[in-house]
Structure formats: structure tokens, C-alpha cells
Design a protein around this ligand. Sequence first.
Ligand SMILES: [Mn+2]
Length: 299
Amino acid sequence: MNILSNIKHLFTTNEEKSGITDMLSLALKLITKNNDDDAFEVEDDDAKMNIVLITDENYLIPTCVTLSSLLKTQPADTHIFVICDDLEGKLSHKFSEIDNPKKIEITTIQSSNKYSELKTTHPYISKAALQKFSIPELICKSKALYMDVDIVVKGSLSELYSSNIDNLYAAVCEDLICKYEEKDNLRIGNPLYFNSGVMLLNLKKMRKEKITDKLIKCFKKDKRCKYMDQDSFNRVFGKKVKYADIVYNYFPMYGKYIGKYKELYANQEPIVIHYAGEKPWKKADIALADLWLNLYKEL
Ligand SMILES: [Mn+2]
């Protein structure tokens, strides 16, 4: 408020003084509000469940399948954001053709992939995966559930979405293959190692702590980057994550390990099927491929 007292003397009458004071107070309030993330979030429609997908032209069909499964299973007050590098708008046109009985809001966000110059380290995971680093900058919400597009959702995500992650970066699921078969947890030096294909992100905390910059720095420093973005998320988030039940990021290949891994048991009802590894659009005889193929046939 120093500005106010400094310029008040420029005005002679009391009316002028009080008028300009009101005007400036209002202007200052507006400026402060725009710079304050908290005020910005309050106005935000965070009553909705925000879900974020990232795609590119090569993933158009799998994205439509993931989207279709979400439109069937999630409540009407869901808001789905699709981040894509699609300058001609072909993808957004396609998304609007998918059956959407509850009229769930879908917003496409055009974003050219600023990571396309970075190294590719994985034969299956595309560079679009690196756009995950930018979610806090692209989605102006306090919280959002990120999902890969090699996913089919079978049930409500509301319970996962309502997890309290106020003081954490995310809610995630362990990657049991990385843990038991690959021992990636030991490589990273963290007892637990999570899969970055499904992450409930605390975007507010990520923005506040400039996590996007930290993720990019970490990715550039890592010579191996075994699973593209995944190591960077594990290193940067560290232990500041909550572990959700494995049903929210269930790989079809887990079927082989039922009874062998303590986290997996026979009558488990997976909610999110994540085709990590082999893809049902490439190999129709993998476990749970039918689920994907049936949705595809309906498109
Ligand atoms: Mn995936």
C-alpha cells in the first residue's frame, strides 16, 4: 500500500483523494489476485474430476478407446483434457464423435511438443510421454488425474480422485514388474517404484515448487532413462507420494503372477487396465485384449 500513500499528495481535494484511493485499491487487489495461485484456484471449477490424457497423431485410435471407456464409466461432472500436438484440429473433431451419453466435458489443448529435440530412449514409449512434465503448466487446476492412452477404465475413479494428497506430489501405484522382476526400486534408491501411467497429481504443489523444471533437468541428466519419463518422476517425487491400490493401475500381464506377488489375488476387480508392455492393437492374443477390442469395435 506504499504506492497509495506516495501518490495521494498529487491530488488536492478530499474527494479526489478518496476516489483515487478506491480505484488503486481495486487495481492492486486485481493484480495481487492474478499473481496469487491460491486466489486463482478458488475461482477454478475444481468441483469436477479433472482427467488428463496426452496424445499425438500416431495414438489417435488408442486415445479414442481410452476416452470412450472414460465416457462410459465416469460421472457427468468429469472434465477430460486431451493435450495434443495437432495443429489441424483433426483429433478434437474425432473425439466429439465418440458416444458421450452424460455429456462429459472434453477440452483439447493444443501444445507443440517442446521436448521433441530430447533423446528417445525407449522403443515403445513416444516422445509425447515427455509432455507429462508440462501438465502443471498446461492445466490450471489444483489437482488432476493423468492417464496414459494404452488404458481402459472399467469403473469409477472417484475414490482414487478423492485421495488426500495435500502435502504430497501425487497418488500413484507401484509397478510390480519393475519391483519384482527388474528391481528398478533398488536402481533408483527408493524402496518403492511407481508406474507413471496413472498419476493423481497435486498440480498446485508442483507449480509452487517448480517441479516441471526439476523433471526436465532430471531427464536431461539421466543417461539411461529406461522408461522415458518414469525414472524422472520417481526421482523427483521420491517418497512424497501416496500409494493407491494396484486395481487403479493393473497390467494384464499381472495375471501370470497371481499368488506369486502378495499385491495380486484371484478375485481382485481391476478398475484401470493398463496395457503396459504389449499393446492390444498390435497383438490381439495378449491377456485382456478383448476388453480393448470390444470398445474399439464400438467406435
Ligand atoms: Mn502406458
